[in-house]
Design a protein around this ligand. Structure first.
Ligand code: 9G3
Length: 569
């Protein structure tokens, strides 16, 4: 491609509102342009990369035996009413009416559509298992679209759905997708971890894994073990229970003491000269509207997902000050587990305490020598807290370390959540009707672009790995007015392309400095500069990633490039 004709509007500066590095660089390098919040146009360079990632995904999905289809974005509201999800999702689900005033949703995902398709088209056990996938634009009206392609309102997703005869079949389909995802993200040159995750609103039985690209901009926190391959999203991560303090001491009766206007953990530890570990922190939540107390140690935080899953509630949120006052008899900051009449969920680390200090459920008062089990019930003891760095791994003697991650993939065991309610059944070998067992598997294709840039850039711009680069070679004649240079550049351009190498020829009549700055920004992995050495048939070969450069003959340069490109597929 000749850059003088190519739409690559590079910018000196990124707009102020762009915060993420990948967002700044993709705007500055002319890869994308925003049409509206969270809605982007892919310019030619961005589109070439998007298609490279798509191709990798397609090859690995096909290799795993999945069949590519394309489903509509416009989904009849009836489908979502039938699955019961029409009411569950609020403004995030984009709804519209057609000319006959019929209601539709713009597809944020396709469980309903694909399950209805399979219900209508597959009846016999002989046709299972089947895995159908698509690469298609999804619509989710995010409240806060941000970070460019990382959190858009219209984005490209590969979504796949497997249908099996039984749970063992689902297991095979699930791990086949898990393995395909490992190959995909490896080929995209990403440093990623597959982490145990929470199934979230999609529900379904059995585990799920998220594929997390390690990057500080990532919105998720993952906990990984320093010693084994345990890794989990913080929503789900567990720690080995702390050692029980078994000293056989008699704990004297708890007693109230005056703590005027002491409300926070910091104020309490400060005024009493104690550690947060000695405190019993009580927070009041509303689980589907019902008040419940959650008790964790003073140095821990409540994990609301774990509370929600334990209670099987649809919605869990912190109670407001007024509710706290009502159910505890005291304002926020003085709540405690002793004497509460609402259910009490006790984190296992509190149950392991010999005694501690808690709120007295009375303004300006706390209790000391509170003994779990003696002074408040331990019937509902479990894991209700976020793990912290340094906690012991639940699988081995290692310790947990935190990383920020960008979720680029998510694999789910759905079970019968959709096949049951939508009636996707098959006749087994004995003519008995059975419900299909489903899995679903997503990759945020457009999000992968940003993830790659987050992990591959320097202060001068992006650094595309060869397998996903928009072009393999950036061919730059220093002066387009110099006939010798242009003649050699054209020869190289023709020769490389006929060898299957993708070349961007910077034939613009611009100063060399401008060309080199743009080349660094765009980040094509190999740069060939045709300059003074042209007369002797020599060119300068430079690797964008390492900055390593050397003078080569035209033949050597072409040989090396063709080898590198062949090895990169
Ligand atoms: C909605 C809206 C947003 C959503 C969903 C539904 C996320 C929704 C979860 C999934 C699960 C998997 C198949 C591919 C992989 C992910 N956001 N999810 O179901 F109506 Cl507005 O999409 N689906």
């Amino acid at each position: 491609m000749r850059q003088s004709t190519y739409l690559v509007p590079t910018l000196r500066e990124a707009p102020a509102e762009a915060e993420a590095v990948s967002h700044k660089l993709m705007l500055r390098a002319g890869f994308i342009r925003q049409l509206a919040a969270g809605i982007y146009t892919y310019l030619p360079l961005g589109w070439r990369v998007l298609r490279k990632v798509e191709t990798i995904v397609r090859e690995e999905m096909d290799r795993a035996g999945a069949q590519e289809i394309l489903m509509p974005a416009m989904q009849p509201a009836e489908l979502w009413q039938e699955s019961g999800r029409y009411q569950v999702y609020g403004p995030e689900l984009i709804r519209l009416k057609d000319r006959h005033d019929r209601e539709f949703a713009l597809g944020p995902t396709h469980e309903e559509v694909v399950t209805t398709l399979v219900r209508n088209e597959v009846r016999s056990y002989r046709k299972l298992p089947i895995n159908l996938y698509q690469i298609q634009t999804k619509f989710r009206d995010e409240r806060r679209p941000r970070f460019g392609l990382l959190r858009g309102r219209e984005f490209l997703m590969k979504d796949a759905y497997s249908f099996d005869l039984d749970w063992e079949g689902l297991d095979r389909s699930y791990w086949a997708m898990y393995d395909a995802y490992n190959r995909i993200f490896t080929r995209c040159c990403l440093n990623f971890r597959a982490v145990e995750a929470d199934a979230g609103a999609i529900g379904g039985e059995g585990g799920t894994h998220e594929f997390m690209v390690l990057a500080d901009i990532g919105e998720d926190t993952i906990a990984t073990c320093t010693n084994c391959d345990y890794a989990a999203n913080l929503e789900k991560a567990e720690a080995a229970p702390g050692r029980q303090e078994y000293q056989e001491v008699t704990v004297s009766k708890y007693e109230k003491f005056h703590t005027p206007a002491i409300r926070t953990i910091e104020q309490l530890t400060e005024s009493l000269g104690i550690e947060p570990q000695q405190l019993i922190k009580t927070l009041i939540y509303l689980a589907d509207g019902q008040p419940v107390a959650v008790v964790v140690r003073g140095d821990h935080e409540v994990n609301e997902i774990k509370v929600k899953n334990y209670l099987g509630a649809d919605h869990v949120e912190l109670a407001d000050a007024e509710t706290t006052q009502k159910v505890t008899g005291a304002p926020v900051g003085f709540a405690g587990p002793v004497g509460l009449t609402i259910p009490i969920l006790v984190d296992q680390e509190v149950a392991a305490m010999l005694f501690g200090i808690s709120g007295a459920n009375e303004r300006d008062y706390h209790l000391k020598n509170v003994r779990p089990g003696r002074d408040f019930p331990l019937e509902k003891t479990g894991d209700f807290r976020n793990v912290v760095e340094g906690d012991r791994c639940p699988r081995c003697e290692g310790t947990l370390k935190f990383y920020r991650g960008i979720e680029v993939g998510h694999v789910f065991k759905l079970g019968t959540k959709y096949s049951e309610i939508l009636g996707a059944k098959y006749l087994d070998a004995n003519g008995q009707e059975q419900v299909m067992i489903m899995g679903c598997y997503g990759i945020g294709i457009s999000r992968v672009l940003s993830a790659i840039v987050e992990q591959h850039h320097d202060e001068n711009g992006m650094i595309w790995p060869l397998p996903v680069a928009p072009f393999h070679v950036h061919l730059i004649p220093v002066s387009v007015k110099d006939e010798t240079q242009m003649k050699l550049a054209e020869e190289l351009y023709g020769r490389l392309r006929s060898a299957g190498v993708e070349v961007l020829l910077d034939d613009r009549d611009e100063r060399p400095g401008v060309k080199f700055k743009d080349a660094d920004l765009i980040g094509i992995p190999i740069r060939l500069t045709v300059g003074k050495g042209a007369a002797e048939g020599r060119v300068e070969y430079k690797e964008r990633k390492t900055g390593k450069q050397q003078e080569l003959t035209v033949d050597d340069a072409c040989t090396r490039i063709v080898e590198l490109v062949k090895a990169s597929v």
